[in-house]
Design a protein around this ligand. Structure first.
Ligand code: URP
Ligand code: ZN
Ligand code: ZN
Length: 477
């Protein structure tokens, strides 16, 4: 079989550090050459794409998704097939999903379970974090092998969801100590689970049922306290750490304080926290349930803080926490806000929304945009430079993006397997035109060209190794 070749001409190649008008020559699955007017005749290649007037971004990486997650008595409605295809439509070529341990089961069983759901089903590439919900001598014994042989170098802990997912500080510290020996990093959902449970008990006793009470029971201080505690636990053992879905000013200030003792705290926020606020919980009837997730939406002052955190280099990745539930599923909590399945869709909209609200509105540069939506996640999670950049030798995961097209987000045009869009009617500047995954055209003008099972599992390197990989620099040929 001959290796296929593809030439993208005249696009503006954007990486986390540079941008330049160039051609990109792809052989098989990888980028072979980048340069101005490459001396390759169009008739010598299998496919030529004219990208004049378009940006070429590295494929998006969404480091926080939950496909088919069993949660709160139901399952997230996107499968690995539907969710990753929707991601590709929106410019995401790799996801890092959470394989979650069932309390009492082994970590390897969780990983096996997630491989069964994803292998042969996912359309885009995928990797896993491991959600540790029960850290004990048996699970401790699994950690080394999981990092060094199974390609999973990040572990997720929950400081909330008591009784289902939450671990205590002792377990967290022990996990950090064990994973740290082999280059593993612990990540955390930072909310004080006890504070939340006490508030839920009070409000249920008072007969409060509406979605708004979800936000009232997950106050900013619950996240601020847990974020500071998580960072302190990591500091105590000199461990790396990563805060998932940070939402608010208070938590960001805990990160800021940690930098004063020169601690590196890796921080993720999600696109919904940058764009939406808690006034959505006041929509009539049960509509506010669409945005019931944890932590909840915050105030406009928190959105401002998050954009500032990005500008100040305190926030490194913008993910989605994609965890969709249809309205029928959400209605499980119609009579009790605490039973509404927590989660919302977003994987298809993240890249375009971040470009539109970030770059097009002048809040961030093109390079920062690429760093936030792809490069930094690849570095932090041990996939760089295979993923996360456009460079010679990297996987040819490329988004050809038209900055001039305006469109409107809607459930009517989305591919996510859920019956609402969290940004219904939102006007967007810029649109994904074509997406390449490992050198193959995956999406073109809204049409899928690949399908079930095209996605490959990405085994990831340990944390320190990932950070020491040098940045590749684009040089005109
Ligand atoms: O509400 C959310 N975020 N659901 C998914 C699980 C989690 O906490 O990340
Ligand atoms: Zn979470
Ligand atoms: Zn999550």
């Amino acid at each position: 079989m001959t290796t296929r070749t593809l030439l993208i001409q005249n696009g503006t190649v954007v990486t986390a550090t540079e941008h330049m008008v160039a051609d990109v020559y792809i052989v098989g699955e990888t980028v072979q050459a980048i340069g101005r007017q490459l001396p390759i005749a169009p008739e010598q290649v299998d496919t030529v794409i004219d990208a004049t007037g378009h940006y070429l971004f590295p494929g998006g990486i969404d480091a926080h998704t939950h496909m088919e997650l069993p949660f709160m008595g139901t399952f997230a409605s996107d499968t690995f097939e539907t969710g990753t295809l929707a991601g590709l439509h929106g410019g995401t070529t790799t996801i890092v999903d959470f394989a979650i341990q069932r309390q009492g089961d082994s970590l390897n069983a969780a990983l096996d379970d997630w491989h069964r759901k994803a292998d042969g089903h996912a359309v885009c590439d995928y990797a896993f974090h491991l959600g540790v919900t029960d850290f004990n001598p048996n699970t401790r014994a699994e950690i080394k092998d999981i990092i060094t042989r199974r390609g999973v170098s990040s572990f997720k802990t929950f400081m909330a969801y008591k009784g289902a997912l939450m671990v205590d500080d002792r377990q967290m510290l022990s996990l950090m100590n064990e994973a740290g020996q082999f280059g593993g990093m612990v990540t955390a959902h930072c909310e004080n689970g006890d504070m939340i449970d006490e508030l839920v008990t009070q409000h249920r006793a008072a007969g409060h049922t509406a979605p708004r009470y979800h936000a009232i029971c997950h106050p900013e201080i619950a996240e601020t306290e847990a974020t500071g505690r998580f960072i302190d636990l990591a500091w105590q053992g000199k461990h790396p750490c990563y805060v998932v879905h940070l939402t608010c000013e208070g938590a960001l200030n805990r990160v800021r304080e940690a930098t004063r003792r020169n601690q590196q705290v890796n921080v993720e926020t999600c696109i919904q926290y940058l764009l939406l606020d808690d006034s959505l919980y006041d929509k009539p009837g049960f509509e506010g349930a669409k945005w019931v997730f944890s932590p909840p939406l915050r105030k406009p002052k928190d959105q401002e803080a998050l954009w500032s955190g990005i500008q100040q280099g305190l926030i490194h990745h913008v993910a989605t926490d994609h965890c969709p539930f249809c309205m029928d599923q959400k209605r499980m909590g119609e009579a009790d806000f605490s039973k509404i399945p927590n989660g919302a869709p977003g994987i298809e909209n993240r890249v375009e929304l971040l470009y539109s609200e970030g770059v097009a509105k002048g809040r961030i540069s093109l390079n920062t945009f690429v760093d936030l939506m792809s490069t930094r996640a690849a570095k932090i999670f041990g996939m760089f430079p295979k993923k996360g950049t456009i460079a010679v030798g990297s996987d040819a995961d490329i988004v050809i993006f038209n900055p001039d097209v305006q469109h409107t987000l809607s459930v009517k045009t989305q591919h996510m397997n859920v019956d609402y869009n969290a940004y219904e009617g939102w006007p967007v500047q810029g649109k994904v035109r074509t997406v390449l995954l490992r050198g193959t055209v995956a999406i073109d003008q809204g049409e899928a060209k690949i399908g079930k099972g095209f996605g490959q599992y990405i085994a990831r390197a340990p944390y320190q190794q990932a950070l020491s990989n040098p940045l590749q620099v684009l040089t005109p040929a």
